[in-house]
Ligand binder design. Structure first.
Ligand SMILES: Nc1ncnc2c1ncn2[C@@H]1O[C@H](COP(=O)(O)OP(=O)(O)O)[C@@H](O)[C@H]1O
Ligand code: SF4
Ligand SMILES: [Mg+2]
Length: 381
């Protein structure tokens, strides 16, 4: 069976091992051929192991002052079954990038480029050009997102159970008993008491509990990609850790692909497999967590690591990166980071460096990356 699977060259996310075990060989053959046809209908291809590919994605707003490019020409692959952190300071374009993945940026923003997604129902699709009906089906059922600040968007006058029922109904699932059964299991998975929480109104729950309900709600339709935009930002340190531990547990149980967006690098370092660092509406470094720990190369990434407060809590040791984040309408010419970079020179002020692959699991956008290994650009500052 595995040979047949490989011979047809079907990416691994198209068929699960459960299907391999429970299907009779003949049925399996038909299923594979059907799926192959779905793939054949699709004009796009994703490499094995990639579930989401952003190609030259930008998000632009026409403002009175000029064009704001709040996501600027980003190309990145998101790996299936892995947890990817997207990290950057406030205003760097993280939420806009997440919105672009789901074709859901605030009006009147325009999304340019291509967002290729390996849909189980439709093969590889471009999220930016598929029809609205398919997009609606993919959202929640295949990719779900917990939006930034979503814990404030609960309807205060309806109980938590009705949030689950309404979400299911919006996607054509009308069997309330089955929905509540599933909701209970999910609430248990996020370590909440289902009986109490389902009957509660949002204001009766703490911030951390609401965030856990949101995670449970996002999993209601069994998506296999989950995007979480700053899911811990309004929480105290202990609740933040609880959420991170829960997400690790959910990932271990389900194998779901996760994208965790945050400004807090240390928070996610024990959770993620890959980290994309955003600066100035671009990704400036993208690497496996092992590479981040072993050899961060971009001066901004090194600055972020250096600005992490020490564990013993001596705040005089915190060294924030001096300067301010660029403006999306008039970004600096050359490297976006050049006005703040301690080692900027010549070319840095003229041309923005492309994000280039320097090893299997490491991409960086810096003209001087090759001299950065083992070098501290911040030493004298
Ligand atoms: N509705 C909007 N219209 C135009 N620009 C916006 C809008 N929302 C945010 N921005 C701008 O887009 C940029 C990126 O914002 P965002 O993606 O929210 O950043 P982050 O999530 O990294 O904090 C910021 O410069 C912000 O001012
Ligand atoms: S390209 Fe130049 S300015 Fe930009 S991060 Fe690298 S060294 Fe600094
Ligand atoms: Mg944001």
């Amino acid at each position: 069976m595995i040979l047949l699977f490989n011979a047809l060259d079907i990416p691994s996310f198209i068929i699960s091992y459960r299907e391999l075990i429970i299907y009779e060989p003949l049925v399996l053959m038909v299923t594979l051929l059907q799926k192959q046809l779905t793939m054949a209908k699709s004009q796009y291809i994703l490499p094995p192991g990639v579930v989401l590919r952003l190609e030259n994605v930008s998000v632009v707003y026409k403002m009175p002052r000029g064009i704001a490019r709040v996501v600027d020409n980003i190309t990145i692959d998101i790996y299936e079954g892995k947890i990817t952190g997207i990290v950057g300071e406030s205003g760097s374009g993280k939420s806009m990038l997440a919105g672009a993945m789901l074709r859901a940026v605030p009006r009147p923003g325009k999304i340019l480029g291509r967002v290729l997604f390996g849909s189980k129902s439709y093969g590889v699709v471009d999220m930016l050009s598929i029809d609205k009906e398919r997009l609606r089906r993919i959202r929640w059922k295949e990719i779900a997102m917990v939006f930034q600040g979503a814990q404030n968007s609960f309807n205060p006058v309806i109980k938590i159970k009705d949030h689950f029922i309404d979400t299911a109904k919006a996607h054509g699932w009308n069997d309330e008993e089955a929905v509540l059964d599933k909701a209970s299991k999910l609430l248990e998975m996020v370590k909440l008491e289902p009986d109490r929480v389902l009957e509660a109104y949002p204001h009766q729950l703490s911030g951390g509990m609401k965030q856990r309900v949101l995670i449970a709600l996002s999993l209601l339709l069994d998506p296999y990609v989950l995007i979480l935009d700053e899911p811990t930002s309004a929480l105290d340190t202990i609740s933040q850790k609880v959420i991170v531990d829960l997400l690790r547990d959910i990932h271990e149980r389900t194998g779901i692909t996760m994208i965790f967006i945050t400004h807090d690098l240390p928070l996610i370092s024990s959770l993620v497999d890959y980290v994309a660092i955003m600066y100035g509406f671009k990704i400036i470094e993208y690497m496996s967590i092992e590479e981040l720990i072993k050899r961060p190369l971009h001066p901004y990434t090194k600055g972020l690591i250096r600005s992490i407060p020490p564990v013993h809590g001596d705040l005089s040791q915190v060294r924030p990166i001096p300067g301010v984040h660029p403006d999306p309408i008039e970004p600096p010419p050359g490297c976006r980071f050049s006005p703040r970079c301690p080692v900027a020179e010549g070319k840095c002020f003229e041309k923005h460096p492309e994000l280039i692959r320097i090893s299997e699991d490491h991409f960086v956008a810096c003209h001087k990356w090759s001299m950065m290994e083992g070098f501290d650009p911040w030493e004298k500052s």
